[in-house]
Ligand binder design. Structure first.
Ligand code: CS2
Length: 479
């Protein structure tokens, strides 16, 4: 037996069921991966109980596996909350799916009068932005989309296409809320859409500038990739098979900018925070939570740990990360009304210790070139601008380079810049200098900075073997 609407009544008692079937598709989402289904779709599922207009059309531009499985289960799947007290819920927010190549269906969905909001989780690299965070016109997908605006490949291309169709049909624009860990995600995606539209049709670009809202968001909930253990656990608990369950910690946060449209889903009624300072929340989360995550990932992998909880149980490593957050990251963040940063750090570290979930360091280590600039290098820049030391902040960056250098081939590294990174990190002559010269990763202010160079060199030496790393962690944890 497999999960579907038909078997809902037969599921084991105690499993929370979804509300009524959504009455309309008000949201289109690009990227139905585990994070979206564990996070945004859960808010929408709870909203549907009071307002059935906000079913989600799940769009996958690349792989059809998840959309096919969702279709086979009437859009239903299980959300496992894994904490001291576990909890299982069936999520019923998915109103339909659109798989790769279904261009006509996607176009008509984006042009539907019911649709008021488009959300995205396509990972940092999915927006085709260059090192300067603007649309990369030399990205192969963008080159393609300029030549074929009616059949785009990129999410940016589809946003432009959807908005063009709405303009032609005399419909209002939809709002766009990107939900990836990028600073100023709303502003950057809005600028990328504008830039592509301007090359295609300046009048369309002007209409988008006047009509469309790009809403910045901060999203947070630790969501380990779904694995076989989860599948077995869920099947046993609910009493039937689910091919696409997701799991996360109980903690969840969704902060959205206050240009969120009034005629969109009432996300505040289900716990989202609407604020005029989404940038502050984003920055704090990226540098504290995600910065700590990436630090635990690269240093932890070098020390033989495989999960976040295991890296946190490595006392010299967790002490180092805690010291770095308080002494080096926090001072670079402006105060945020309503958020005590010291408490925030403590909560983050407590969440990382949750032993009910296995969050693989290898998952976090993916796409370092897309993540470290915002997670660690922005803190390095703040520290340099304010005259604070950078040795601690650059140790995890050096650990990343060391970890790259240990890969047998570039293909063993999941990163869009794997080839140049691997060659630089393995260079016989001055690997640190060659890595630091990569302008797609390191901003100019850091590339030419002798203090940064010296701290990275020290980090490189410290990560050469286990003994030196022990010594470095211990000495850098002393204030
Ligand atoms: C993690 C994030 O995979 C990663 O790089 O740092 O996905 C992290 O778990 C989330 O941002 C938490 O909200």
């Amino acid at each position: 037996m497999r999960l579907s609407r038909a078997v809902l009544a037969d599921l084991s008692p105690g499993i929370a069921r979804p509300g009524p079937i959504p009455r309309a598709t008000g949201i289109v989402h690009f990227g139905p991966g585990a994070f979206h289904r564990a996070h945004q779709a859960d808010y929408i599922d709870r909203l549907l109980a009071q307002d059935p207009r906000w079913g989600i059309a799940e769009v996958s531009l690349r792989s059809g596996a998840v959309t096919a499985d969702l279709a086979a289960q009437d859009g239903l799947y299980t959300l496992a909350l894994r904490d001291a007290v576990p909890d299982l819920r069936i999520i019923g927010a998915v109103a339909g799916v659109i798989g790769p190549g279904e261009n006509a269906r996607l176009a008509s969905c984006l042009a539907s009068p019911d649709v008021r909001l488009v959300t995205t989780t396509v990972t940092e690299k999915g927006y085709c932005l260059g090192g300067d965070a603007t649309l990369a016109f030399d990205h192969p997908d963008i080159v393609h989309d300029l030549a074929h605006p009616e059949a785009p490949r990129s999410v940016i291309g589809w946003l432009v296409r959807g908005l063009a169709l709405r303009r032609a049909a005399g419909l209002p624009a939809f709002a766009v809320a990107p939900c990836d860990n990028l600073p100023d995600n709303g502003g950057r995606v809005g600028a990328a859409v504008q830039a592509l539209a301007a090359r295609q049709d300046p009048q369309l670009a002007a209409w988008i500038a006047g009509e469309a809202r790009f809403v910045g968001t901060m999203v947070d909930s630790i969501t380990p990739a779904s694995d076989a253990e989860l599948g077995v656990r869920v099947a046993t608990a609910i009493g039937c098979a689910d091919h696409v369950p997701v799991q996360r910690e109980r903690f969840t946060q969704w902060v959205l900018a206050d240009n969120f449209p009034a005629d969109g889903p009432d996300l505040a009624s289900v716990g989202a925070i609407i604020t005029s300072d989404v940038a502050g929340f984003e920055r704090a989360k990226l540098r504290l939570l995600n910065g700590a995550h990436s630090s635990l990932a690269y240093l932890g992998l070098l020390r033989g740990a495989t999960s976040v909880a295991a890296a946190m149980a490595d006392a010299p490593l967790s002490r180092f990360v805690e010291t770095m957050l308080h002494a080096d990251v926090r001072p670079g963040l402006p105060p945020l009304p309503g958020l005590d940063l010291a408490d925030y750090i403590d909560t983050v570290l407590m969440r990382f210790r949750n032993s009910a979930i296995v969050h693989n360091l290898a998952q976090i280590a993916i796409d370092g070139s897309q993540k470290l600039p915002y997670r660690l290098l922005d803190s390095v820049q703040a520290a340099r601008a304010e005259g604070r030391p950078v040795e601690r902040l650059l140790l995890p960056v050096a650990a990343w380079l060391r970890w790259l250098s240990r890969a047998d081939t570039p293909a063993a590294i999941a990163d869009p810049l794997a080839v140049p990174l691997w060659h630089a990190a393995r260079a016989a002559d001055d690997p640190v200098g060659q890595c630091l010269a990569l302008s797609a990763v390191f901003p100019a202010t850091l590339r030419g900075d002798a203090m940064v160079r010296a701290a990275l060199d020290a980090g490189w030496r410290a990560t050469a073997d286990a003994g030196q790393l022990d010594t470095a962690l211990a000495s850098l944890s002393r204030l």
